[in-house]
Design a protein around this ligand. Structure first.
Ligand code: UD1
Length: 352
């Protein structure tokens, strides 16, 4: 069976492609390479032994998208990752985010209807919950959607609405939205992982780059939150656990196991860790003392959020299995491998 993975050379996409291939699916990737590298295809081929079919074009272009689907009407399911995702950039360039993230989704849905493709898995985010009230922590799928903090977050909320309304209108269409918590870590091979362009915004790549000496000092954004150590709490989830959930979701659709035509699942571990917990885990698994300083809060950050994964665990028969140390260790191994020194002496890498 053939699965289309949009954004398949990106961070979550590439790990999911491997998992699909391991399960015997044929994968076709569409990726405009806005925020990923073509070399990822070589790494995928090295890991799985199979080079996925690949086309590079912008899915927000209606004509090109239609042309693609006209040539690929044998697709059994679509996993749609391709999107811009930098929160700060979305505040400065909202139209870039609305155009890209929403036009691409609408083009895909239109083509699904036209070419009679039923199954869509959509990359959503726990950002749709904002800061849940205390009675909604841990946060389940039933928690209220809060007004989005950024245009990026808003594209995820609007996208879920577009999907829901399209399913009501177009017979045969069905979808699963997966709301990710904080994906981190890398593939066990250390041949693919998170590859932020420029200065990382997210915590884990900033930690590993600082540990490696590329960044001088990690800034910890605030230690005056109402949490046990004062730093914010997130539900970090290993990228391979996340990738596996996508395969489960695709199979749920293909095997006609859905309870409704639009289902929503939280993908998290159910455990929250603070920023200092993550730093301590990194120091433990790497043996590297991390240079960090506490600075003021980052605008838009929420205090604490972690998942109630009960519904996903029960309904999907999926559970995140890897703990924090495994996440930080795999992220560290990837950082070192990517920098080209796989067998470095860690005693020489103490932070600058
Ligand atoms: C962010 C986005 C979220 C998006 C997700 C994935 C915001 C408000 N949220 O989540 O919508 O889906 O990325 O891309 O941007 N931290 C530091 N120092 C750093 C970096 C981060 O202390 O240099 C802290 C943050 O304050 C936060 C935690 O680490 O408490 C995690 O931050 P990050 O990895 O950026 O993820 P989120 O902010 O949770």
């Amino acid at each position: 069976m053939k699965i289309l993975v949009t954004g398949g050379t990106g961070y979550i996409g590439s790990h999911t492609v491997i998992e699909l291939q391991n399960k015997g699916y044929e994968v076709v990737i569409v990726d405009a390479l806005f925020n990923s590298r073509i070399e990822t295809l070589d790494a995928i081929e090295k890991i799985s032994g199979v080079r996925p079919e690949f086309e590079s074009f912008d899915l927000s272009d209606q004509r090109l998208t239609d042309d693609f689907f006209a040539r690929h009407n044998d697709i059994s399911g679509i996993i749609h990752f391709a999107a811009h995702k930098a929160v700060g950039e979305s505040v400065n360039q909202p139209i870039k985010y609305y155009r890209n993230n929403l036009d691409s989704l609408m083009n895909i849905i239109e083509c699904m209807s036209k070419y009679r493709i039923s199954n869509l898995v959509f990359s959503s985010s726990c950002t749709v919950y904002g800061q849940p009230d205390a009675e909604h922590l841990p946060v389940s799928e039933k928690a209220p959607i809060k007004k989005a903090e950024s245009p990026y977050g808003n594209t995820k909320q609007i996208a879920e609405e577009i999907i829901s309304e399209s399913i009501a209108a177009y017979p045969g269409l069905r979808a699963i939205a997966l709301r990710y918590f904080n994906p981190v870590g890398a593939h066990d091979s250390a041949m693919i992982g998170e590859l932020p362009l420029g200065v990382p915004n997210n915590l884990m790549p900033y930690i590993t780059q600082t540990g490696y000496g590329i960044r001088e000092c990690l800034k910890v954004y605030g230690n005056d939150y109402q949490t046990p150590d004062g730093t914010p709490i997130r539900d970090y989830i290993h990228i391979m656990d996340l990738a596996k959930a996508h395969v489960v979701a695709v199979e749920r659709m293909i095997n006609e196991k859905m309870k409704n035509d639009f289902e929503i699942f939280n993908l998290g571990t159910g455990t929250g860790y603070s920023v200092l917990d993550v730093i301590r885990s990194f120091e433990k698994v790497s043996g590297v003392k991390l240079n960090y300083e506490i600075v003021g809060r980052r605008a838009g950050d929420i205090e604490k959020v972690w998942a109630d994964p009960t519904y996903s665990n029960n309904e999907l028969g999926w559970k995140a299995e890897r703990g924090l140390d495994e996440m930080t260790l795999s992220a560290w191994k990837w950082e070192k491998a990517y920098r080209g020194i796989t067998s470095m002496d860690e005693s020489t890498t103490s932070a600058k």
